[in-house]
Structures are given as structure tokens and as C-alpha cells.
Design a protein around this ligand. Sequence first.
Ligand code: GDD
Length: 419
Amino acid sequence: MVRALVTGITGFAGSHLAEYLLNRKDVEVYGTVRWRSRTENIEGIRGRIRLVECDLMDATAVDQAVQKVRPDLIFHLAAQSFVPTSWLAPAETLMNNILGELNLFEAVRRAGIDPLIQIACSSEEYGLVHEDEVPINEDSPLRPQSPYAVSKIAQDFLGYQYFRSYGLRVVRTRTFNHTGPRRGEVFVTSSFAKQIAEIEHGLAEPVLKVGNLDARRDFTDVRDVVRAYWLALERGEPGEVYVIASGRDYRISEVAEMLLAMSTVPIRIEQDPSRMRPSDVPVLLGDSTKFRRRTGWEPLIPFEKTLADLLEYWRARVAYEAPRRGSRRAYGSATNATNADSADSGDTSASASTSTRTSASTNSSDGNSVGDSSIASGASGGEGEGGGDDGRGRGRGHGHGGGDGDGDAARSGSGGNRR
Ligand code: GDD
């Protein structure tokens, strides 16, 4: 048996990785968790993993965790991973992501162990990519467009430096967008899927709030990504960096259309200015030839299935949570959502006659519709859910605290209520 330590095990990728490792049967799975971490993503496997309480910002705690586990493998996924949060809280993003990793590396050195260490870096590091530069690979220039991207470049290069200076066996993975069940609701695919599920459930008017639909992203299913993380340590070369990507990009407008095509009710698209970013990365399309050649990895799950599974996840979750938060069917029945009745909400913009699956409109939210209220819990009116660990709190404003992309944030300190 090998011992694997997963930082950010309660997060999106972390929980899928833990499941993958458990299924291998040859791995003892440990994970770092903070006292305030939400654990719903790992409830199903709680009895089969060992949790070690540790805030990565606390060097002493990290020392103790590493000494206790003495891992053979470390998967470092914990991070503040939502790009818009990094404009609202740049210092916190930089500190969490960089110092958390530094503490981990130093703890490994002090413990005198020699684990293989995977670092979850990001395609966001490439930032501004010109049309004639895609697909991008390990040698493409890094032109970061957000504090988050800068934090990931720092993590990436810190990994390289610790390999060169101290021989730490670090393998860096620059993963492109990934999604699937449990994706935090602030990220685009989950944001759209959750809104659709709420609309189907009669909890919101039939309007999908969107940000920049022109961006292009290369999506891989999270279950394929976590297998790649395993292979990165099993077959990757320490000191190296690898792109992990599907090699196919979709415009965000296409992603919206694909999800809307799976909806049981007609929904129209509306742009929400609060979802636009100070600078958005226009295109991220990856070339993972180096990783595929080295490890034999290839993604197996088609994007259509990933989106279908994600929508099913949100349908189940919305159905489960709706009665618990005292929601009412403010917008008619699931099969009758076009017959939107605005009486409950005072929202006069929910009009059946304007519903269509395709029209994109710059007509922004009225800002006070039911979708903005606690009833719909952030289905519209800004990406908004904060809550530190996983972006599922109740705050509004543009997505402060969404930290589950790479894993549970190393440290939150910033709920979703900052406005
Ligand atoms: N979140 C969000 N919400 N994004 C939207 C929306 C919306 O309503 N509408 C359009 N978008 C666009 C964003 O502007 C961006 O261009 C794209 O959809 C993807 O946004 P996110 O899902 O938030 O992901 P990201 O690309 O910014 O970052 C993700 O991928 C990185 C890897 O490239 C995160 O998972 C990062 O942690 C990860 O490193």
C-alpha cells in the first residue's frame, strides 16, 4: 500500500481524486481538511479516508500533518480557484495559493521524506493567447490576466525551483478547464446547470444569466482529470510540466446551448453585466501531446456526457435542497415554467412571451427578481455564492470565495457576503 495525501480533498477535484484512489485498492487515502471545510463532497467516502486537520497557511499545522502521514504521494489541489475572486481578494489569493504550497514543500523537507508531489497548475497561466498560438503547449508564453493566474504561475515555478534546488520530486500539471458532478456553482458549467435545474423546478424565472459567451475553453471531465493526476505521478518525470487538456474547445455560447438543449423547459439567455470580468482570457485550447506520449493518458468521457451528468447532479441537488430552504414554486410548475407568474416576486420581467432557447440579450437583470433573492440562492444577479471553502454560501456579488476548482481553498477567510 502507498500513502497518498490529497490537499483540498473536500473540494471538487479532490473528492473525485479520492474516489479514484480508493478504487485502485493499493492506496491509503489521507486528506487535509480545515475545521470550517464543508464536507458534503466526501460524505460518501468518509469512512474510507483519513482526514487530517490542517490549514495550509499554518506552517506548524502543515509540518504536523506531513509528519503524521509521511506520504509517498502528495496531490496538491488546495487553492483559491475561482478567477473572479482573485480580483476581489488578490492578496488573499496570492497568499493562499503560494504560501500554502511553500509550507507544504518546507514541511516535506523538514520531515526528511521523498514523496512524489503533483502540483495542480492551470491553463489560466497562459492568459492572453493569440489565435495563431493555439493549441498551446508547455512552451507557450505565459501572459497572465488575473491575480489567480499569477498565483498559479508562482505555484508552477515554485515547484520547478524546489525540484532544482532541493531535488523535491515535483510533477506539475497545467490542467485546462474541467467539470462534472460536484463542480462548484460559481464556475460556468455549474452556474448554467444549476440555473436550469432551478428553473425546471419552478424556483426561478426562465432566464439563464450569463457572462462572456465569446470565450472559448477546452473542457475535460473531472474523472478523466483525476486519472491524469495519478498517471502524472506514476509515469511523469519529476521536474517536468505537463499540459492536460482534451484538445477541443467550445465557445461558452455553445456550452450554454448544449445545456439548454437538455432542459425540459424553454429558457431564454440574458447577459448579466456583473458576470463580466475586468479582463477575460479569450481562448484556451490545449495540446497535451507531451503528457499523452509519456503516460498513455487520453480523455474517455465525451463532453456531452459530462454536461448531462452535471445537469443531473444539479437537478437532484435542487430537488433535495428546495424544501429544506423553504422555497416555493414562485414561477409555476416545472412543466409550465413559461407561464411565469410574477406575482410572488414582484418581478415584472418574467414574461412567457419572451422565452426562447436561443436569444441572447444585453438586457441585464432587473437585479431584484426572485433569482436574486435568497429563494433562488444565487441563480442570478451575480455569480455570487461565496462561503470560502467551496463557493456555496449565500452571498451576492461576483463570486467571492469560490474555491473548489482545484480543491478546497487553502484558507478562506472571505465569505460570500462581501459586496
Ligand atoms: N463563472 C462564470 N459564470 N463564467 C462565465 C459565465 C458565468 O455566468 N458566463 C460566461 N463565463 C465565461 C467566463 O468569463 C470564462 O471565460 C469562462 O466562462 C469560464 O469561466 P469559469 O468556469 O469561471 O472558469 P475559468 O476558465 O475562469 O477558470 C477555470 O479553469 C481554470 C483552468 O483554465 C477554473 O477552474 C480555474 O480554477 C482553472 O484553473
